[in-house]
Write a protein that binds this ligand. Structure first.
Ligand code: NAD
Length: 274
């Protein structure tokens, strides 16, 4: 399958190009980054130390949108919103890893999925997606008897908080318990906060050094607590998962999917379409 990478010069973009080149079923057919980048025009293969490929880094998705069957976009929300529109107009599939999209941008993505196949996931690692499933079970069993806290840590360059993965973990738990995350989430605490309210879901964020991504959901009762944790030690875990999603998306003409669908883990509450 011909795959294009958007945000190709970024931390994830380079990993995604490596993952595409390493997979025997995918071919790196296009690479895009932001206009003005000194790397525009450079050979995509040489950017990741794999020798010349004959694929030049383009400065606009519109120029290369027909060169690939599916694009993978790990950029910034404003850019992703535009790329959704460009792919919709061209009828090209899109795998989105960008986090921090607002409600309007997410609604536009949903609308575009009426015409094209889109996979949108806050975390493409297989381990994290297994954790989403484990969280459903834990929340269903432990229910309203426990206090629930989501703690996450990432590298110092991350620009959004809490992470998209932490928010999704909170959503999975909230949906399982019939709560609305918008109403029950508490982001950080300071000063005289009063006693904790049982129905809230707390979020705490650490930004430090080069941490690739740690997430823990704590279910704490009187006398015992359960913690479900995931620690990513390499971005390649996301890269491999996103390329797997791109291949899977090739079987679909339209619709909005997430990594739970790709992995066959989709249940009642974990995905977008449900
Ligand atoms: P980064 O800053 O290293 O890379 C982003 C790249 O996007 C840069 O090269 C930038 O120039 C490029 N870009 C910006 N605007 C663009 C545009 N209009 N057109 C083309 N390219 C554009 O960031 P990163 O660490 O690679 O993370 C990128 C995104 O991926 C973030 O939102 C991050 O949270 C998310 N992320 C998601 C997962 C996941 O599994 N879903 C995993 C890791 C990171």
């Amino acid at each position: 399958m011909k795959v294009g990478i958007i945000g190709a010069a970024g931390r994830m973009g380079r990993i995604l190009m490596e993952a595409t080149l390493a997979n025997p079923d995918t071919e790196l057919a296009a690479a895009v980054d932001v206009p003005g980048s000194s790397l525009i025009g450079a050979d995509a293969g040489e950017l990741v130390g794999q020798g010349r490929l004959g694929v030049a880094l383009a400065d606009d998705l519109e120029k290369v949108v027909r060169d690939a069957e599916v694009f993978i976009d790990f950029t910034v929300p404003e850019a992703t919103a535009r790329h959704v529109a460009v792919c919709r107009a061209a009828g090209t599939r899109l795998v989105i890893g960008t986090t921090g999209l607002d409600d309007d941008q997410t609604a536009a993505l949903r609308a575009a999925a009426e015409d094209i196949a889109i996979c949108f996931a806050p975390n493409y690692s297989i381990g994290v997606n297994l954790c989403f499933k484990l969280l459903e079970t834990a929340a269903a069993v432990l229910g309203d008897e426990v206090d629930i806290e989501v703690i996450e840590a990432h590298h110092r360059h991350k620009i959004d908080a809490p992470s998209g993965t932490a928010l999704r973990m909170g959503e999975v738990v909230a949906q399982t318990l019939g709560r609305d995350l918008k109403e029950c989430a508490v982001y950080g605490r300071e000063g005289r906060t009063g006693e904790r309210e049982r129905h809230t879901i707390g979020f705490d964020t650490i930004r430090a050094g080069d941490i690739v991504g740690d997430h823990t959901v704590m279910f704490a009762a009187e006398g015992e607590r359960v913690e479900i944790s995931h620690k990513a030690s390499s971005r390649m875990s996301f890269g491999r998962g996103a390329v797997r999603a791109a291949l899977w998306l090739g079987r679909h003409e339209r619709g909005l999917y997430d990594m739970q669908d790709v992995l066959g883990l989709a249940g009642d509450s974990a995905g977008w379409g449900r």
